[in-house]
Design a binder for this molecule. Sequence first.
Ligand code: HEM
Length: 447
Amino acid sequence: MVGGSLSRWTMSYFAVAIAWLIAAEALMAAGFGFPNADLASPDTLVVVHMICIGWLSMAMCGALFQFVPVLVGKPLFAARWQLPALLLLTAGLVALLAGFMALGGYLPAWLWLLPLAAGLLVAGFTLVGASLVLTVWRARPPIGPAHFVLAGLVSLFTTAALGGAFSWALAGYGGQAFGALLESGIPLHAIAGLGGWLTLTAMGVSYRLLPMFMLSPDVGGERSCMTLFAGSATVGVAVAGGLLAIGTEAGINLVLGSAAILAFATLALYGRDVIALYRNRKRRRLELNTMMAAYGFTSLAAAALLGAVLVATGSFATHVGAFAFLVAFGWLSGLILAKLYKIVAFLTWLEAYGPAIGRAPMPRVQDLVTERRAAKWFALYFVSVWVGTVALLFHKAPAFRYAALAIAIATIGIVQELIRTRRLAYVAEPLRLPNGTRAPRLLYSRT
Ligand code: HEM
């Protein structure tokens, strides 16, 4: 079961992550950054990192603090590091955004903010990573979802190291080597971050959560292992080959082409397993979270198809923004929002009613949500993301802003539902707070 013991600060990570998401969506709706500014402009970098670090990485870290201990059957190593890590990551992200604003001329040219930010972010991610890796290390589980998380964490450190090198180079330190990295290494940083850290980790987590939420038989360690190896090889070839190509001043296209082929193999293996999990489920009626997760998987497949078509027609570079948007919002954010809907309900149930199990009649987890109300927000979310992708493909900046506005409204709608769940607003009396139970706090868990 998810959450044998509750992670105190997971809800705080989720809350901070959601705040960054809504702020980034508001900026996109206001026309800040791509497509109104260049993809590599400071404005775009602000929005990209609010989403990649503030939203996606924070939400993933919060979920992993809860999930990894359950996965390996051991308590979290140094759970007290969670709050300092959250503070370091938040301070680092604020400094990074301020550094980008300085680059863009919104602030005085305080470029030292960039290396400072990199230091704070690396320190925060190190606390998160050390806590998770040592938790897995103490349990030494057979190869499975926990190893996806480890591969994801290696990618996270690669991303942060490359980001750190860029920051030093942009601040005018670091010499020729960092300069060469900044010139050609940005695709490697993006692949390690979106592909290695976020996608591999999301895949590993879904190998465990989908069977649990749909009552499907596991696909088996061997099959998930193949996906893990193919996925790790993709990121390994892209990053190690890319660094070698940059170091030897050879072209990077051959490396990226080979990584793309491996990425397709990974997605094919993963897709086969996800389809098997849905097909073989015992719970015939899908809950909203698994239905919406399916739209996330569809977006991943659509992104793979789009990437292939763009490469085949030689227009990938022109449309990389649309491709990255579909990966970040359709696949990663879509899946995370869908899973948050279930995880928040489950953790809230465990916190409120766990202490009274067997002592009083109590509601079911599903009584904490009203799926009908949330479904319309999820529908608006996914449709707007797909419309936004098409708008980017056809360079229709005003249409993209309307899509971004709709995405922001849908996100706020979903978040309202999460808050109602947390407040037990949908649980009918007298089951709501039987003897021996307390309403949970909104932003952290009583452990
Ligand atoms: C220690 C953490 C990080 C630091 C210091 C950092 C820093 C940077 C810098 C300085 C650039 C700009 C390079 C340039 O064009 O001049 C950049 C680009 C980028 N970063 Fe990060 N980054 C970090 C983490 C991440 C993470 C975790 C992700 C994704 C999960 C990510 C995704 C990206 C992407 C997609 C770009 C390219 C954006 C574009 O060209 O519009 N970064 N990063």
